[in-house]
Design a protein around this ligand. Structure first.
Ligand code: AMP
Ligand code: MG
Length: 343
């Protein structure tokens, strides 16, 4: 009974967030698969089809630049240059500069050269495995964002090192698409990039977007966040993990200081900010940091809000969104704590 009520409410909620029934503006969608995820761009207004189609082309073009596996991508060329410099496009140079800056700001919790360790855990292939301690130790010598040389558009990596922009690419691309839609006069759109949401403007009727925050422990949402013109990006090990021979769950977000999947006591991290790239970089790195370090980072740096769900099933959200988050009491009775500006 409770489940059917929930299903009903979810359907109503999805309609509220994505439909424009109460508005005269036409809704158009563009759905496709890219960057290893399902993507839907929804935009409202007259003649938005051609803009959405341009947006899809641009997104796909960015994927072709940044893919680690596509032999024709710029990142592939950098990763296989045997220590030589490679000239890349402005889009690639800019995202790389941003990733390196965030790696520095997060003290290496974001580590854009983590790829060899990810590969050892099998996250880049079909089959996952648990590498030995020695293998991990050896691979950690190949990791280090501070060894990446970026000189205008020339990128140089020491031989054996590899870049992976997987933790920032979707958010960065989302910003570029948001810009493109706005340049074409679109004032109401929702970009769903594998669950990373970028809300452009308001809903067509001028009201807030109502976005569900996923329950990392099961189906449904833990609550709803209301936003306007914001990105909302979630990272969590529940998104991708395997159960090893040791019977443990191993998630796809690696703690770069150990080479092991991050076990920071968090189940998911959602970051809310104007820019998707900041949200994406931070959701991954704050997940690695855990609750206390994430709260310190927020107090020291600001410029974003966050909602953390702990493995124990409690919600911590920053003061800036405390009046914008509405817990779903039908679905979960998770305790909500507010992280204050002053400790
Ligand atoms: P996200 O879904 O944005 O949290 O990004 C997770 C992806 O980033 C993983 O699937 C890896 O490809 C990559 N990754 C894992 N751990 C890290 C890390 N500590 N720093 C940067 N990228 C990472
Ligand atoms: Mg990320």
């Amino acid at each position: 009974m409770k489940r059917s009520v929930l299903a009903c409410l979810t359907a109503v909620f999805m309609c509220l967030t994505a439909c424009s029934n109460q508005s005269q503006q036409e809704e158009k969608k563009e759905s496709f698969f890219a960057m290893n995820t399902y993507i839907t761009f929804t935009a409202y207004g007259d003649n938005v089809e051609s803009v959405l189609s341009q947006a899809k082309d641009k997104f796909t073009a960015l994927e072709q630049l940044w893919s680690v596996t596509d032999e024709h991508s710029e990142i592939y060329a950098v990763n296989h240059a045997g220590g030589q410099p490679v000239t890349v496009s402005n889009d690639t140079a800019e995202i790389l500069a941003f990733a390196l800056e965030m790696a520095d700001k997060t003290n290496g919790a974001l580590e854009p050269t983590i790829y060899p360790v990810l590969t050892a855990w099998g996250f880049t292939a079909e089959e996952n495995r648990i590498p030995s301690n020695d293998e991990i130790k050896g691979l950690l010598n190949q990791i280090g964002y501070d060894k990446v040389v970026l000189n205008e558009n020339a990128v140089q990596l020491p031989e054996g090192m590899m870049l992976d922009l997987g933790a920032v690419g979707k958010g960065y691309a989302g910003d570029i698409i948001t810009e493109l839609l706005k340049e074409h006069g679109i004032t109401s759109a929702l970009l769903d990039i594998g669950g990373n949401i970028q809300a452009v403007g308001t809903k067509p009727d001028g009201s807030d977007w109502r976005l569900g925050i996923r329950d990392p422990f099961g189906e449904g949402n833990v609550g709803v966040l209301t936003v306007q013109d914001m990105a909302v990006v979630t990272s969590g090990s529940y998104e991708r993990y395997f159960v090893g021979e040791d019977g443990k769950q191993h998630g796809h977000i690696i703690n770069p200081s150990t080479g092991y999947p991050a076990e920071s006591g968090l189940a998911s991290v959602t970051v809310i900010a104007k820019e998707g790239k900041l949200c994406d970089a931070l959701s991954t790195s704050l997940f690695v940091m855990g609750l206390d370090r994430a709260a310190d980072y927020w107090r020291q740096n600001g410029g974003f809000d966050m909602l953390l769900i702990t493995e124990k099933g409690e919600i911590y959200l920053t003061e800036g969104i405390k009046d914008r988050f509405f817990p779903d009491s039908y679905h979960t009775d998770m305790k909500v704590h507010v992280i204050a500006y002053e400790e």
